[in-house]
Design a protein around this ligand. Structure first.
Ligand code: NAD
Length: 489
């Protein structure tokens, strides 16, 4: 039994396959970013465990697919109940594992995990309509049929929330699941497995394979028994998965990186704009959607910078378990060095440090100072590549056209943030921005009915509501000639 006590909570470090814990010959250290101590030893899965999980999910599929929607929904609500009962445990384990703020986990993230299950349970029962329409006496009937085994691969920056955006719709749709959490944050996926047992999910419907992408990736994504692959992570990994999935033409959904613009016009409410701009440092900048390129119109540029610097300087950086902390550590030493590499190259390229510019020397560990760059050269790395750390840039613009050109000037298209007091301008400029999600005079408001995903290299497909459902299903249209019945219905 590979059992650990993490922040007072019992967590298994083993896989969860076919309704039982499965060990691996090899294990790896799970290191907390808070103080770089080892908090658990995690089974390092390989091809054998990946194939066993797919086999278990395949065996469980006919039974789960045939389970009436109302019963599937009841079980998902039961999972949500248990998540709600364990918000505090899940929150402290996630914070210990990935260093994100306990405050956010308690108030927003973990309740949202429960909501993910409730939303798709209700969607399945109340919102999924089966349209029928007539074509010259032929009845068209659309049905959503579960596609089979879904492989779900997730990152470390919001581990359980991002996993359950996928697990909940896949299970609701009638698919069985193999979840591969990120190696840097494996713990809450393991706790979710415990919750599914307690909720009464049949064995094999939900499986967890722990380990490294390079060990299990191909075994999971190139397997002929996998019907869907949903991945959230980086662009290079998505390319590898797409190649592997091509062997069986397995449909993929990709939620990838971003370098989103945060555009502020002269006519914006500057207090609001500055407050939201500083929020782009949330989760130590490890948010795919963050508007990390601040583009500010000439008339308010200097005032914006002064207010931004004042506000950003008052952010409290430190232990993410302290509820007063605003910015915690970055996820790992390797990632911190990657962030610092971007910063040092930007400085060498001639960008000017307005605030920050290096690790937090007093706190030490994995804490990086919130950083803002100005005067970066157009097209330079710091303006075009995703850093995924607390590093923003600021640029000024004069006209709407200039703002649009700058905003669209990367290979990404995940999100955009726009601050203006003029609704016509919002419509005009917003229509030209390349983004899967555009926030106007707000940030991070998210409704599960809305599509979520990215344009260009930020993704393939969309998640949320009907988009998730369609992805996990084989949608079928049955066209019946109503005049050819020999036995009257
Ligand atoms: P990553 O691509 O390194 O890893 C993500 C997952 O893929 C991990 O579970 C990893 O083990 C797995 N993986 C690695 N190699 C694999 C392979 N060959 N085959 C299959 N799986 C493999 O990404 P990361 O560093 O964990 O996450 C950060 C990235 O995720 C950033 O680019 C960020 O923008 C992106 N992200 C996107 C969203 C979104 O919704 N668009 C949300 C969060 C994070």
């Amino acid at each position: 039994m590979n059992q650990h006590t993490v922040a007072g909570v019992e967590v298994s470090g083993d896989h969860w396959i076919g309704g039982r814990r499965v060990a691996s010959a090899e294990q790896f250290d799970d290191v907390s970013p808070i103080d770089e101590t080892v908090v658990a030893r995690i089974a390092r899965g390989g091809v054998e465990e990946a194939h066993a999980a797919i086999a278990a999910a395949k065996a469980a599929f006919p039974g789960w697919a045939a389970t009436p929607p109302a019963e599937r929904a009841r079980l998902l609500h039961r999972i949500a109940d248990l998540v709600e009962q364990r918000v505090e445990q899940l929150a402290i384990v996630e914070t210990t594992d990935n260093g994100a703020l306990l405050r956010s986990h308690l108030r927003g993230v973990m309740p949202r995990v429960a909501h993910n299950f409730r939303f798709f349970a209700d969607y399945l029962v109340h919102d999924l309509h089966h349209p029928e329409f007539d074509t010259r006496g032929h009845r068209n009937q659309v049905s959503w049929n579960p596609s089979g085994v879904a492989v779900l691969i997730t990152p470390w920056n919001a581990p359980l929330m991002l996993a359950t955006w996928k697990v909940a719709p896949a299970l609701a749709a009638g698919c069985t699941v193999v979840l591969k959490p990120a190696e840097w944050s494996p713990l809450t996926a393991s706790l979710l497995a415990d919750i599914t047992v307690e909720a009464g999910l049949p064995d094999g419907v939900f499986n967890v394979v722990q380990g490294f992408g390079e060990d299990v990736g191909d075994a999971l994504t190139g397997h002929p028994d996998v019907s869907r692959i949903s991945f959230t992570g980086s662009v290079p990994t998505a390319r590898l998965i797409a190649r592997s999935a091509a062997a069986n033409l397995t449909p993929c959904s990709f939620e990838l990186g971003g370098k989103s613009p945060f555009v502020v016009f002269d006519d914006a409410d500057l207090d609001e704009a500055v407050a939201h701009a500083v929020e782009q440092y949330d989760n130590a900048g490890q948010v795919c959607l963050a508007g990390v390129r601040l583009l500010v119109q000439d008339g308010v540029h200097d005032e914006f910078v002064a207010r931004f610097v004042e506000r950003a300087s008052s952010l409290r950086q430190g232990d993410p378990r302290d509820l007063a902390t605003d910015i915690g550590p970055n996820v790992s030493r390797e990632h911190l060095e990657r962030i610092d590499g971007f910063v040092q190259r930007a400085i060498a390229d001639g960008a000017r440090v307005v605030i920050g510019g290096g690790p937090h020397t007093e706190l030490g560990g994995l804490y990086y100072r919130p950083t803002l760059f100005a005067d970066a050269a157009p097209g330079s790395e710091i303006l075009t590549e995703e850093v995924f750390g607390p590093v923003l840039t600021i640029q000024r613009f004069a006209t709407e056209d200039e703002a649009v050109t700058m905003a669209n000037g990367t290979e990404f298209g995940l999100a955009g943030v726009l601050f203006t007091g003029d609704p016509d301008r919002a419509e005009r400029v917003g229509a030209q921005l390349v983004a899967g999600t555009l926030w106007v005079n707000c940030f991070f408001v998210r409704d599960l009915r809305a599509p979520f995903g990215g344009a260009r290299h930020s993704g393939v497909g969309r998640e949320g509501g009907t988009w998730s459902f369609d992805f996990y299903c084989d949608v079928k249209n049955t066209c019946t000639n109503q005049q050819r019945w020999t036995i009257q219905p």
